[in-house]
Design a protein around this ligand. Structure first.
Ligand SMILES: NC(=O)c1ccc[n+]([C@@H]2O[C@H](COP(=O)([O-])OP(=O)(O)OC[C@H]3O[C@@H](n4cnc5c(N)ncnc54)[C@H](OP(=O)(O)O)[C@@H]3O)[C@@H](O)[C@H]2O)c1
Length: 248
């Protein structure tokens, strides 16, 4: 539970901001969400008594900490007409906007941190990447979630590239479940089994150690991994990450 009760405002109540609000709403914070995303905002207000919907300026006016859940390219236009205060601290969740860039959008408020949450924050147990005021973000998202601190813009950018491995891993699991489904009596249980297997195995072991532990010569795991690697998996992943890094 967070250490102090905070008035938290959310500008841009989209997919990720909604997940964050769901994850932190029970922690004694008073939360104001912007009304533009009406469906999300009203669903949150109905679900949590400490969540209220307001227009963007009211969200800013009544908050100590302002979370930005906007798309980075739209943010300057949306934030420009809003009047921030010097005593406010802003936490940006926008991939693609550095702390310096966000500072220009919310002056004279202070940009405290960039925080990159993931959808799992809605139910807890999720990693959260943070640059800047780690303690402030920890106060909001822990102990239900775990903060991974980065120090520089370059480090944050590298984390943002590497985390994109999540979608290919999810696709591999989806495809394996799709293969399994027609062969078993309960396809849903098969899909759940695969998610459980992946999450528990990776949660409890370093990735390289897990590959080694699953490297029985001629075993199922070794054979499938080698087939994918011979199909170019390793090189495709590395070049894909390189392209994300260079913005190609
Ligand atoms: N999705 C993720 O897993 C994830 C994870 C980490 C970080 N992020 C970052 O979070 C940001 C949002 O991503 P998202 O996936 O949540 O996108 P999203 O669902 O499109 O959220 C953006 C929200 O901004 C709202 N908005 C647009 N104009 C506005 C205005 N004038 N005033 C107030 N709100 C306005 C949109 O409302 P309308 O729907 O009404 O247009 C929408 O709800 C991005 O910068 C992204 O990089 C996302």
């Amino acid at each position: 539970m967070g250490g102090t009760v905070k008035r938290i405002g959310v500008i841009g109540t989209g997919t990720i901001a909604s997940a964050v609000v769901r994850g932190i709403a029970a922690q004694r914070h008073r939360i104001l969400v912007s009304e533009r995303s009406a469906h999300n905002a009203h669903a949150l207000a109905e679900a949590f008594e400490d969540v209220t919907v307001a227009d963007n300026q009211s969200v800013v006016d009544k908050s100590d900490v302002v979370l930005l859940g906007l798309m980075a390219e739209a943010a300057p236009r949306i934030l420009e007409p809003l009047a921030f205060r010097t005593d406010q601290r802003v936490i940006s969740m926008m991939a693609g906007a550095t702390m310096t860039q966000v500072a220009a959008m919310v002056a004279p408020a202070q940009v405290a941190a960039i925080m990159v949450p993931f959808p799992g924050i809605a139910t807890g147990g999720s990693p959260v990447i943070v640059q800047g005021d780690i303690a402030l973000v920890q106060d909001i998202v822990t102990p239900a979630n775990t903060v991974y601190a980065v120090e520089t813009d370059a480090e944050l950018a590298a984390y943002l590239c590497a985390q994109a491995v999540l979608s290919p891993v999810a696709r591999l699991a989806e495809d394996a479940a799709g293969w399994l489904g027609p062969r078993v009596s309960n396809p849903d249980a098969g899909e759940t089994f695969l998610r459980h297997l992946l999450s528990s195995s990776l949660a409890n072991s370093r990735a390289g150690d897990l590959v080694e532990a699953l490297n029985t010569p001629g075993g199922y795991n070794q054979r499938l991994r080698m087939a994918l690697e011979q199909g170019g998996m390793h090189d495709t992943l590395r070049s894909g990450l390189d392209r994300l890094e260079t913005g190609e």
